[in-house]
Design a protein around this ligand. Structure first.
Ligand SMILES: NC(=O)c1ccc[n+]([C@@H]2O[C@H](COP(=O)([O-])OP(=O)(O)OC[C@H]3O[C@@H](n4cnc5c(N)ncnc54)[C@H](O)[C@@H]3O)[C@@H](O)[C@H]2O)c1
Length: 332
């Protein structure tokens, strides 16, 4: 499919991206800079990395603030003069939140309210924030539609659901225009493959590249709606520029709309790597116990985002994985 450009949606504006040294935020920053925007990044580098900003730092329209969203004054300074806020900063990972619910809450809830407050005081035009598919919790309906959620299964899921509640209240009470994007398993270049809380795709790819067996929690029949990062970037630009009251203070699924099991995922990764690294063919999978807070299947309906925002995901899992694997081959 020919690549559709979305740069024109937000152009020559001052914007703030929180969590911009992280995986998704750094890709969003690169796109916003391509659109001629003046971009401020607020990040405390707790899980992000300056390396992700190598391209961005070449632009005179880019400013990095090393600061923490748990400090209201830092948020206030960062948002000064911004027309749009893309709030990506949070502590991700279900297991991290199970190990340390207090810090997850301080950053994901306390920091979120600080950012909402700073944005409404500054009178920003739109506050777009990273919500999460974990909000669907234990509800088994598939595909997931935005209005039907279950009970959260982890402190992380609670924190992301609370974000949605706060955003709606700030819309009603203070007239701040927000949009929440429920990301479904986003993957792509720059996602951190290291550490106990690494996401499954970067872990699998780097394991296979190193000739090690990828480890699956559970029997591998769990499935996810894996979403290439440029689809999530597109959704952010569409959300910020949305010009219909139907979008105000709403929540949208951001996914591709297809389920892939973990066994299929390993298969696609090895098939891509075999021509370059023939030994990948003989790699076996290690199976471990299921993780607390994990759901069995996840698949999004993306109809609402399509209809209201005009979202058209450009990359399916195969296309996204090709690009991602090429990047890890150069960076592992
Ligand atoms: N990657 C996914 O599949 C996925 C799925 C659902 C939701 N999300 C959400 O999307 C957002 C971005 O996720 P990501 O995958 O890019 O994660 P990431 O960890 O790469 O990025 C998060 C960034 O936030 C920064 N940060 C953390 N705490 C901070 C604080 N107190 N002050 C300032 N900055 C802070 C980190 O340093 C990091 O750069 C997060 O809100 C995450 O919860 C991600």
């Amino acid at each position: 499919m020919p690549e559709i450009q979305f740069n024109h949606l937000i152009q020559n504006q001052k914007v703030l991206v929180t969590g911009g040294a992280g995986f998704i935020g750094s890709h969003l920053i690169d796109k916003l800079l391509e659109g001629g925007n003046e971009v401020v990044c607020l990040d405390n580098l707790s899980t992000g990395n300056q390396r992700n900003l190598t391209e961005a730092k070449k632009s005179p329209r880019f400013t990095f603030i090393n600061g923490d969203i748990r400090e209201p004054e830092v948020c206030r300074k960062a948002v000064k003069g911004a027309k749009y806020v893309f709030h990506q900063a949070a502590l991700g990972s279900v297991p991290r939140s199970v190990d340390d619910p207090v810090t997850t809450n301080e950053v994901n809830v306390g920091g979120f309210v600080n950012m909402l407050t700073a944005a409404k005081d500054e009178g920003v035009k739109r506050f777009v924030y990273a919500a999460s598919s974990s909000t669907y919790g234990n509800h088994s309906a598939l595909p997931k539609t935005e209005d039907i959620i279950g009970q959260p299964l982890s402190p992380y899921a609670v924190s992301k659901y609370v974000n949605e509640l706060y955003a709606r209240v700030f819309g009603d009470v203070y007239d701040l225009k927000t949009i929440g994007l429920r990301y479904f398993n986003v993957f792509g270049e720059r996602q951190d493959p290291n550490g106990a809380y690494a996401a499954v795709i970067p872990r699998f790819i780097t394991s296979v590249i190193k000739g090690e067996s990828p480890r699956i929690n559970g029997d591998g029949t769990h499935s996810r709606d894996f979403t290439y990062v440029q689809n999530a970037v597109q959704a952010n630009l569409l959300a910020a520029s949305a010009n219909t009251p139907d979008a105000d203070n709403e929540i949208f699924n951001v996914a591709y709309g297809e389920a892939t099991t973990l066994i299929q995922l390993v298969d696609i990764i090895t098939q891509n790597l075999v021509p370059l690294l023939p030994q990948s063919n003989s790699i076996s999978i290690q199976f471990g116990p299921e993780r607390t807070g994990d759901i069995k299947h996840s698949l999004a309906s993306i109809e609402k985002a399509r209809k209201v925002l005009g979202y058209q995901p450009q990359y399916n899992i195969e296309e996204g994985l090709k690009r991602t694997i090429n990047w890890y081959l150069k960076n592992t």
